[in-house]
Design a protein around this ligand. Structure first.
Ligand code: ATP
Ligand code: MG
Length: 259
């Protein structure tokens, strides 16, 4: 059975507990599910507590070494472990890990202005497949390895966008579908009206026309990358009660980007 990949936006963490219940229900139905999480707001909160200023370029965080340390500690530590513990408490069989574990994700830091931010991800799905075959829900924090084969580089960790990870993991696993749970109803047009379905070209236009900005840019790009292998991508409102189960019954609202 092909897996489902679910990106839980940091924007909705702590706001909707039914997502975790839904994940456990899907596991009881023997559906293989991989979870990728974000956590930009929790990271912002910790950066603020530590008096470290932060900024974004096209939805990607500028990451200096101090910021990288906080990002890794907060995402692969606090946020990941809280999610895993929550799903465990609901009776789920779950493993928390980051893109670093099992050499799952390698990335390049292509844009010098972004510092230790990883782009052009290379995903090895071997460990994820083993975990899925053993009945676990893998929960992935968006931290990757730097370029392993570049001997000049001492960059070991990179901060990667959670949406990018979800899209590339979905492609690497030949997933059935990738679902982005976020804090809006889906993708809005220029008049803030929800768009229910877009082609890949229409989705690209949303970025070039400037209608999609900030965090939505990475989400659309992740959908486009996933669509090389995955038939359907969805951007839906994770604040809605049982948003994931509604999706399984094709009852959900939101945006579909398909080939
Ligand atoms: N055209 C658009 N339609 C809908 N939302 C948009 C659009 N353009 C920009 N956005 C913004 O994208 C945001 C969602 O991305 P954001 O990165 O903030 O959340 P997330 O990915 O769910 O969380 P995290 O990045 O922590 O994982 C929305 O809250 C909205 O403000
Ligand atoms: Mg985001």
């Amino acid at each position: 059975m092909k897996p489902l990949v679910v990106k839980i936006g940091g924007s909705i963490l702590g706001k909707n507990d039914t997502t975790f219940e839904d994940l456990v229900t899907l596991q009881k139905w023997n559906m293989p599910v991989v979870v990728v999480h974000g956590g930009a707001r929790v990271v912002n909160d910790w950066l603020m507590r530590l008096n470290i200023p932060t900024s974004f370029i096209n939805g990607l965080r500028k990451t200096d070494m101090e910021t990288l340390r906080v990002v890794a500690a907060v995402l692969a530590g606090l946020v990941n472990k809280e999610l895993v513990a929550t799903i465990c408490c609901l009776g789920g069989k779950v493993v928390g890990l980051s893109g670093v574990d099992g050499i799952m994700i390698e990335a390049k830091n292509k844009t010098p202005e972004l510092g230790y931010t990883g782009e052009e991800l290379k995903v090895d799905g071997t460990l994820l497949k083993i975990l899925l075959q053993s009945g676990y829900i893998p929960v992935i924090a968006p931290i990757s390895l730097g370029p392993l084969k570049n001997s000049d580089s001492n960059i070991k960790l990179l901060n990667v966008n959670g949406d990018t990870v979800a899209g590339e993991v979905a492609a690497a696993l030949d997933a059935d579908k990738v679902i982005f749970l976020t804090d809006v109803h889906g993708l809005y047009d220029g008049s803030k009206k929800l768009i229910s379905k877009l082609s890949m070209d229409e989705a690209k236009n949303m970025i070039t026309s400037g209608v999609a900005v900030g965090g939505m840019v990475a989400k659309i790009e992740a959908c486009l990358a996933a669509l090389a292998k995955v038939p359907v991508t969805r951007i839906i409102d994770g604040r809605v009660s049982h948003a994931l189960l509604n999706e399984m019954e094709d009852k959900g609202e939101g945006t579909t980007i398909a080939r």
